[in-house]
Design a protein. Structure first.
Length: 511
């Protein structure tokens, strides 16, 4: 009966919510009806807008098929010279920090917005954060305070589309003052919910049995035959799932080091697929209509959402808002780097195994290709990015060599803040597809901007054409720009302890 009642209430709530949305939609006759596309339809719509008739197919990750990706380093640099982050578009050299901040950095940002990641619209609605619940938990052997947060985006632009951003903030409860926080892209939610006491479990079981007997009197005989049996029991103790390198989980290490962390769910901002591009925050601002070529893609939307999470963190006195970092792996590694590049309030970033669209050079012909994105995860990027995979179009065709920026400049946009580029090894699952060498080359060249701004890049000999990657597990971490390839797989977990130690050194934080 209890479950029927809850179900009925939920159904009524859903009907009421739907009716409210329809009523609001009807009252605003200027709002068009949201478009519902499949991913293929949205992809074709953008091709049509751009005048693209055909795209080059991306390479296969299967080395046994004819169109497999290139893994021959001698063929990896068909466009060997990178765009120079220290040369203005008019050819003048950037020789001072003033020229960088006032002229060159805005030029690079403009090119990334127009051709790669898209623009965040000027009319993005405000976000109102609410603390949904507070829990007192244990992370390892350390007590923490956990706040589950929802950021409701004002949807008066398009009442038919609702966006609720989900973030969970975890802070050590014994801290003597504000603590640094690492925002982590992934699933949000209570990490280790505080359970009832034994007495409270007994009350729950007693009430539940009484409710079941009321619904089905025959159950009384069963409960009397098994008086010690409990419907609900405490969760048995479990040892933590250790990281690949045998260390404790990242969250345990952060709290033990006196850090807090925020679990941020990108999917609550924007879906990770093309079909969802007319929904989420991108769809809300576009009133449910398809994107234009310069509109933002999912990576920029996730980065925008992280910025709204930081807006909240800046209001919490227990958070050291000057030392908030961002972290992610794979596609979320791309998003973490994009977040750091565009939002200068973030103080540090841990970029895990990010590949194309992240730290790896777009011009490289090694593993994943630009065509992998233009024909696949195109929705991560601005529509204009698809031009660089075009084989036939009204503008003829374009190649990755035509892209006016590259990831050396994306990393440079993070300067002089703390930027840690992390990878694993192919033997453990961090595939050649990700092009570790291409990321290293980009990181090496970005170091010139860090140096211009008074920070240190990687301590290597030579430039990006000749510098040699260090051995696995030998990090380059003396400066504000760091590189380390661990001996694990597609994760940044084996590097978290190095990231914490490295960051603490620069921000003066004592565990």
């Amino acid at each position: 009966m209890r479950y029927r009642m809850i179900s009925s209430l939920l159904a009524l709530a859903m009907v009421y919510t739907a009716a409210s949305s329809i009523e609001a939609f009807a009252q605003n006759s200027d709002v068009p009806t949201p478009v519902t596309f499949t991913g293929d339809q949205d992809h074709q719509n953008m091709m049509d807008q751009l005048g693209i008739k055909a795209l080059r197919p991306g390479p296969s990750g299967d080395e046994k098929v004819p169109n497999h990706a290139n893994y021959d380093e001698s063929k990896g640099n068909p466009f060997p010279d990178l765009p120079d982050p220290l040369t203005l578009n008019n050819g003048e050299k950037v020789t001072t920090a003033k020229i960088w901040w006032e002229k060159r950095r805005p030029e690079i940002v403009e090119m990334y917005e127009k051709y790669v990641y898209g623009r965040v619209p000027n009319n993005v609605p405000k976000v109102t954060w609410t603390v949904e619940a507070i829990d007192h938990e244990m992370i390892g052997f350390n007590p923490v305070i956990v706040k589950d947060l929802i950021g409701v985006v004002d949807n008066s632009l398009c009442p038919a589309i609702s966006v609720k951003i989900h973030m969970t903030l975890v802070l050590p409860s014994g801290a003597k003052g504000p603590v640094p926080v690492l925002m982590m892209f992934g699933r949000a939610g209570f990490p280790n919910p505080n359970e009832p006491s034994n007495d409270e479990f007994a009350r729950v079981n007693k009430a539940w049995k009484a409710l079941l007997v009321q619904q089905d009197p025959s159950l009384k005989d069963i409960f009397e035959l098994h008086p010690a049996w409990e419907l609900v029991k405490p969760t048995p103790f479990q040892f933590p799932q250790r990281n690949e390198d045998g260390d404790l989980p990242n969250t345990w290490q952060l709290v033990a080091a006196g850090w807090g962390f925020a679990l941020f769910d990108p999917a609550s901002v924007q879906a990770d697929n093309g079909a969802g591009i007319t929904r989420g925050i991108i769809g809300l601002v576009n009133q449910g209509q398809p994107r234009k070529p310069e509109d933002w893609g999912a990576l920029r939307a996730w980065a925008w959402g992280a910025g709204r999470g930081l807006d909240y963190l800046e209001t919490d006195p227990a958070v050291d808002a000057k030392h908030v970092g961002i972290e992610g792996v794979s596609r979320y590694g791309k998003a973490a780097l994009v977040t750091m590049a565009f939002d200068q309030r973030f103080a540090m970033v841990l970029v895990g195994s990010s590949g194309k669209g992240g730290a790896t050079l777009l011009r490289r012909n090694y593993g994943e290709a630009v065509e992998s994105l233009t024909g696949g995860e195109y929705y991560w990027m601005a529509g204009n990015f698809m031009k660089y995979g075009a084989s036939e179009a009204t503008f003829s065709s374009k190649t990755p060599g035509d892209i006016p920026v590259d990831s050396n400049e994306l990393i440079a946009l993070c300067a002089p803040r703390l930027t840690f580029i992390s990878y694993g090894i192919p033997e453990k699952g961090d595939a050649h597809w990700l092009d570790h060498e291409g990321s290293f080359m980009a990181t090496v060249d970005a170091g010139r901007v860090f140096a211009l701004l008074g920070a240190n890049g990687l301590n290597v000999e030579g430039g990006y054409h000749t510098a040699k990657m260090p051995p696995v597990n030998q990090g380059l971490m003396d400066g504000q720009l760091a590189w380390r390839q661990h001996d694990g797989g597609h994760t940044d977990a084996p590097n978290i302890k190095y990231f914490i130690e490295w960051t603490d050194k620069f921000i003066g934080h004592t565990p």
